[in-house]
Design a protein around this ligand. Structure first.
Ligand SMILES: CC(C)(COP(=O)(O)OP(=O)(O)OC[C@H]1O[C@@H](n2cnc3c(N)ncnc32)[C@H](O)[C@@H]1OP(=O)(O)O)[C@@H](O)C(=O)NCCC(=O)NCCS
Length: 208
């Protein structure tokens, strides 16, 4: 992979995390495309254009990935780029541990210290953040984010765009629906229906 050029859509904090991971995984020529009014991101990777510019320059890059933390926006952008013919790539940090018998979808990132066990399946545009644990046979649908230090025990399923907060724990075999949010530090011991937010130990529905 050495010497290959990578375009990252987004230029915020998560985009810089993705760039850093990509560099350590051997990519070079890493650039950002972003449409926000924010100042250029700190660090060695330049902001070279807008999302529209990226669409016009797709053929120039060996790889493209979306570096946006928001699950819905990341997944939507990923799908549009993919449909436009971009070479969407996944990234695995060199200090992550991913079983050769796990599946990591296009546009997904597995960050430093994370573990992905045997039989696990990660869909597209998934984030497995720093030091998170995805145990054996877990199934993460497209656009899921498992935040830093969270632990999904074996056989857990997470629906599209599900978000597991930092340090949360999910009991074996529990099924979480689409667009579920699990608060930081929660312990999820029962299924969670689509669109709900749960917090606490044991996790309870948050109504507000
Ligand atoms: C659960 C979460 C999504 C809710 O966000 P929100 O809808 O904006 O909720 P609010 O911040 O308005 O909080 C609503 C209530 O829930 C409580 N609450 C929020 N997060 C909580 C958590 N993780 N555990 C326990 N209680 C929590 C708040 O104290 C507040 O209680 P109150 O109504 O009695 O004052 C969010 O707080 C959270 O934990 N996100 C995870 C962040 C994270 O881990 N990021 C890591 C990125 S790597």
């Amino acid at each position: 992979m050495s010497g290959r050029s990578l375009a990252i859509l987004g230029a915020g904090g998560h985009a810089r995390v993705v760039a850093d991971c990509a560099e350590q995984a051997g990519w070079s020529g890493i650039v950002f495309f972003d449409g926000s009014d924010l100042p250029p991101p700190p660090g060695p990777w330049p902001l070279v254009g807008t999302p529209a510019d990226l669409m016009a320059r797709l053929a120039e890059f060996d790889g493209v990935i979306v570096g946006i933390g928001d699950n819905a926006e990341r997944l939507d952008r990923h799908r549009r780029l993919s449909e436009a013919g971009a070479r969407m790539v996944g990234l695995i940090h060199p200090r992550a541990s991913v079983s050769p018998h796990a599946e990591v979808g296009e546009g997904s990132v597995v960050l430093a210290g994370a573990c992905v066990g045997v039989g696990a399946r990660l869909g597209q545009a998934v984030i497995v953040n720093t030091n998170a644990t995805i145990e054996h046979d877990d199934d993460l649908a497209d656009g899921v984010h498992v935040s830093s230090g969270a632990v999904l025990a074996g056989g857990v399923r997470v629906g599209e765009r599900g978000w597991i907060g930092a340090g949360a724990v999910v009991r074996p075999g529990v099924v979480l629906g689409r667009d579920v949010r699990v608060g930081a530090g929660a312990a999820v011991v029962a299924p969670v229906a689509d669109g709900l937010t749960v917090v606490g130990v044991p996790a309870r529905r948050l109504d507000h």
